[in-house]
Ligand binder design. Structure first.
Ligand SMILES: NC(=O)c1ccc[n+]([C@@H]2O[C@H](COP(=O)([O-])OP(=O)(O)OC[C@H]3O[C@@H](n4cnc5c(N)ncnc54)[C@H](O)[C@@H]3O)[C@@H](O)[C@H]2O)c1
Length: 455
């Protein structure tokens, strides 16, 4: 009887699996990737994809390309690659375009960014030269350190949004599906105001060129209006407002959080959960960085820095939950510094000093010195976000929910439903992501309970 029941359950599971899996539409044809801001991160991603396509390099750092997902019991030995388990667009099917305030083609912009070595770029030059940015929507009020001439002109912000919509429609004619990703600079710090509260208010604001609408929001509006998923690699407010969430749901255009989680915050969201899991107290966490790329130059300006600072500060507070553990995490002194130091270029160096305490309150210290390469860490994240947002768009259960919280794994500032605190712990985020993939494919979720091995 018990075994009949078991096989009945298994049959039911496998039929749910089939019907769920068949609901995810296949990734047929070309996926168009519209990149806003073709600087260090964007060009490193595009050049990297081309290098991988040509067999010149491995897609290291990309979960979609190298990661696996365990299915079933540990004893089943069934861990396919993610890209073989869910129907993702193949790298060969990606077609890139984008916008920038400078006219440089992607080869020139990559050479300027000095992330990839010149011999690598030389091999990719003929392809990279073919990608030329379209004129951008830009206003120095929102990024004070930059001044570009390759910009759109319009009588108001609505006119500019319509020009971006026209760009999207023209590109759509050449590909099968489209995703947009912001790899542009960090804008000044902005908070949600009246113009952000509904689609109607936002559209009135576009008409009046309301100061509360930043260029990143004009691109995002255009994308969501066209049903195109939108990812935000910068800490800008952009889609973190009711108008965009509404538009995303209405037009089945998935969105996710913001600001690529690359260096220091990546480490924070690994270490802080470890300290908390062992009930080790923390008195202070001092983080400083030096970097010398264009991003560093933009962040040297106080209003752009403030946007980044807010995004970086959030993680510890949520992970440590001081309201639950006042003896351990009450009043942590958390300080973040970013210093523009041109000699380093993209080769950022980050230091963390963490003052911790253990048994009976005895103090200890932890030091981290991360000599990283900013865009080398960010490029695979940008690629994965593009591929997963496209998957979300093809998944009926996901496409109309708006925020894709399962993509928090990649972002310093996860976005959540109203009233829900964000999960910053990298391992919870990773589990959530993989369980979402299992769920949409109709596979059993993995809880790590493991009692079945001891029956
Ligand atoms: N590299 C990382 O590790 C990392 C991590 C997290 C977040 N980010 C964020 O990603 C973004 C890109 O970083 P990056 O290192 O590539 O910077 P970058 O300065 O090299 O590139 C940004 C590009 O955006 C362009 N730009 C600015 N405003 C624009 C607009 N309105 N329209 C079109 N183009 C515009 C600039 O001209 C520039 O070419 C930054 O906001 C950065 O803070 C980067």
């Amino acid at each position: 009887m018990a075994s009949k029941q078991k096989s009945g359950d298994a049959a039911a599971r496998s039929s749910t699996r089939k019907s769920a899996a068949s609901r995810v539409e296949p990734a047929k044809g070309k996926l168009g990737v519209m990149v806003v801001g073709m600087g260090a991160v964007a060009t490193t991603m595009i050049a990297g994809v081309e290098a991988v396509r040509r067999g010149l390099a491995q897609p290291i750092g990309s979960l979609t390309q190298m990661g696996t997902v365990r299915l079933g019991k540990r004893t089943d030995n069934n861990s396919p690659k993610i890209k073989d388990f869910v129907p993702l667009a193949a790298l060969d099917d990606l077609v890139f375009t984008g916008w920038d305030i400078f006219e440089d083609n992607v080869y020139e912009a990559a050479a300027h960014a000095e992330v990839l070595k010149s011999d690598t770029l030389a091999k990719l030059k003929p392809y990279l030269e073919t990608i030329r940015p379209m004129p951008a929507v830009f206003d120095r009020y929102y990024v004070k350190r930059l001044n570009g001439t390759h910009v759109k002109k319009g009588k108001n912000k609505r006119d500019l949004a319509e020009q971006v919509i026209a760009d999207i429609r023209a590109f759509k004619k050449t590909v099968d599906r489209v995703v947009m990703i912001w790899c542009g600079s960090t804008e000044i710090f902005m908070e949600p105001v009246a113009v952000h509260q509904s689609i109607a208010a936002f559209e009135r604001g576009l008409e009046k060129s309301d100061i509360g609408i930043a260029p990143s929001q004009i691109y995002a509006y255009a994308a969501l209006k066209e049903g195109v998923p939108f990812a935000n690699g910068a800490p800008n407010l952009t889609v973190d407002i009711p108008a965009m969430i509404e538009l995303s749901r209405q037009n089945a255009a998935p969105i996710c959080g913001k600001d690529f989680k690359t260096g220091q915050t990546f480490m924070k969201t690994v270490l802080a959960p470890a300290l908390k899991a062992r009930m080790i107290g923390v008195k202070g966490w001092f983080s400083t960085n030096i970097l010398g790329n264009r991003d560093g130059e933009v962040l040297d300006e106080p209003q752009s820095f403030k946007t980044k600072e807010e995004s970086k500060l959030g993680s510890l507070e949520y992970i440590f939950q001081p309201e639950l553990y006042p003896e351990l995490y009450h009043d942590i002194y958390h300080k973040i510094r970013i210093n523009y130091y041109p000699p380093r270029g993209d080769e950022k160096e980050a230091w963390d000093n963490i003052d911790i305490f253990g048994w009976l309150g005895y103090p200890m210290q932890l030091k981290i010195n991360f000599l990283c390469r900013d865009s080398i860490l960010a490029a695979p994240i940008a690629l994965d976000l593009v591929l997963f947002l496209d998957l979300a768009k093809r998944t009926p259960e996901l496409r109309s929910i708006g925020i894709q919280e399962w993509l928090s794994f990649y972002l310093k500032s996860p976005q959540t439903a109203a009233g829900l605190y964000p999960e910053h712990d990298l391992f919870i985020q990773s589990m959530k992501l993989k369980n979402t993939l299992r769920h949409i494919m109709g596979a059993d979720l993995i809880t790590h309970l493991g009692l079945e091995y001891y029956d």
